[in-house]
Design a protein around this ligand. Sequence first.
Ligand code: HEM
Length: 262
Amino acid sequence: MATKSARRAQLESAALYPLDWLEERSGLVGGMKYFLFRKVPRDSGWFHTLGSATLTAFLVQAITGVVLAMYYKPDPDKAYQSIQFITNDLTLGWLVRGMHRWGASVFIILMFFHMARVFLFGAYKYPRELNWIIGVLLLAMGMLEGFTGYLLPWDQTAYWATVVGINLNGTMPVVGPFLAQFLSGGAEIGSDTLSKFYSLHMLVIPGAIFGLIGLHLYLVMRLGVTSPPWSSEAAGRERTEAPAPTDGREGLVRPVGRGASE
Ligand code: HEM
């Protein structure tokens, strides 16, 4: 019995060695443990999972998008054929393309559900205003992903939907004509438009979304999540009692600005 547990301990330390090695040199394991095992309000529930659901939808878009980018050709003479190839000839191509196409709507719908939960829980109030603003930027970026991605199949629907979209933007006061000129990349929608939309769709906007999500989650960790409106800890409710002592793992209970005295 004793030898068995000694062997087990030996196996365990061998299995954990890579993690210990990483932790000693980076502190990343501790950071991940802090992130995964931080405290959340006891009455948080399914509504609080909408942010992670949105994140999952975005990651599915990123992974399926990388696979599509391996076969898609952003050239007016080849784009439509490359999409036909992905759908009809590539092994499981129809599935990856279908997931990306439907997943785009799922991502936007989940983002709206998450935003509605944040709004109804009053989670946009002090001290989380900045996270709301980052959320608004994420929403705008998500919509732009939809707009730029729609052109890529280069079929009739894609082409004319983009004509309508660019013309709509063109009607904006002052900046409209410049924006329309920038988006179409020339006098008409053609190869310059397609490569511009492709670059925006698979490099620029996803990069911005990754960065913004990083900031968003940092603030969620720093500030903690908001309790539901039916809780005594709900956002914006006046508290008379002194806050309970904390170990700081549930986010900041009473945030203070840099240099402000507590
Ligand atoms: C790519 C899109 C987004 C992702 C991946 C995302 C992810 C998350 C996650 C994981 C959380 C913590 C858990 C939760 O409360 O659900 C959160 C919280 C929050 N999100 Fe988002 N979010 C996104 C878009 C938005 C949008 C569009 C808004 C509003 C305009 C927003 C505003 C907030 C706020 C204010 C919080 C703090 C909530 C609280 O303290 O209870 N987010 N987000």
